[in-house]
Design a protein around this ligand. Structure first.
Ligand code: BDR
Ligand code: CA
Length: 310
């Protein structure tokens, strides 16, 4: 481990790929997960809490606080539940019932307490619709000065995955996304383009699935549910890391091409939820990950998951 671990708060809508991201963060020797805030997105917030507790159990994590937050976006009703992650959000993987209890406070209060009580700056990783974070920054603007960095999974520099132009996390709550991306917190955006490129081979996923350790086995089951075919002539089956790639960006920024670019969240009409990444303007705003060394980034992920057995 290199020095003090980085102190993290993670905002999730767990989700098969949020689950992979949590496994990575909990297993990484340089990261300390202070707490988890949950928001409705892939599934309802209550299911997100259960799924996240199941991941903490599989990882053998200690008593990490986990709190339920926003049940719907700032202005609209939540519009997609049980989408590509199945009705329970974890693709029907059978897991032991958790005995963990959620925090009695709202996710916004938990985040506020974790950040303000921390003797060191806290890093925020947001893998879900941005409603909790927009509420946090509006209610407690002072937290921004105590957050050293934010990794923002969401948006796209080109096409979307929910509408032609909008990525799910931003589309679900565009007002919140704009509030968060325009905050003073130094932010790196992990857009949909990279999200859909970072994957591990089905051979690795199969090896994980056969493992005795519950965290490694869960990673394998999750990757199996996230399998897709590569575009090349071989059409190899791979498991997409999705949100877990944003965690790799945090720990291994040297594997990514990152540029400071203005990012504008479109709120209107057919483009609602689109992130316009302005390659022409010289105005400095948000760091955007534009490219990656996919093989090295996948290896970094595999190494951390294998570390559960060490
Ligand atoms: C995002 O949407 C969710 O389905 C995933 O968990 C990810 O955070 C990708 O658009
Ligand atoms: Ca997510």
């Amino acid at each position: 481990m290199s020095g003090m671990p980085r102190r993290l708060a993670i905002d999730v809508d767990t989700g098969t790929d949020d689950a992979l991201a949590l496994l990575y963060a909990l297993g990484h020797p340089d990261l300390e997960v202070l707490g988890i805030s949950c928001v409705t997105g892939n599934v309802t917030v209550d299911q997100v809490v259960i799924n996240s507790c199941n991941v903490l159990d599989a990882a053998g994590a200690g008593d990490i606080p986990i709190a339920a937050g926003a049940v719907q976006p700032l202005l609209e009703r939540a519009r997609r539940e049980g989408g590509s992650h199945g009705p329970d959000g974890l693709g029907g993987i059978e897991l032991p019932q958790t005995s963990r209890q959620r925090s009695p406070v709202h996710a916004v209060e938990l985040l506020h307490r974790l950040i303000m009580d921390s003797p060191e700056p806290v890093t925020l990783v947001t893998l879900a619709p941005k409603t909790n974070l927009a509420m946090l920054l509006t209610r407690y603007p002072e937290v921004a000065a105590s957050v050293d960095q934010m990794i923002f999974m969401g948006g796209s520099a080109s096409e979307g995955n929910t509408t032609t132009v909008a990525e799910f996390n931003v589309w679900q709550d565009p007002e919140a996304a704009r509030c968060v991306i325009e905050s003073s917190i130094p932010t790196t955006m992990y857009p949909f383009e990279l999200f859909s490129r970072l994957a591990v081979s089905q051979g690795v996923a199969d090896r994980f699935r056969a493992h005795d350790h519950p965290a490694i086995r869960l990673a394998g089951d999750l990757l199996h549910r996230r399998r897709t075919s590569t575009h090349g002539p071989s059409h190899d089956q791979v498991g997409l890391l999705g949100d877990a790639g944003a965690m790799v960006l945090l720990t291994n920024p040297e594997l990514f091409v990152i540029r400071e670019l203005p990012v504008h969240v479109n709120l209107d009409g057919i483009g609602r939820g689109q992130t316009v990444v302005d390659h022409q303007s010289r105005q400095r705003r948000t760091a955007v990950a534009l490219d990656l060394d996919a093989a090295q980034a996948a290896s970094a992920f595999v190494k951390v998951i294998d570390g559960y057995a060490a």
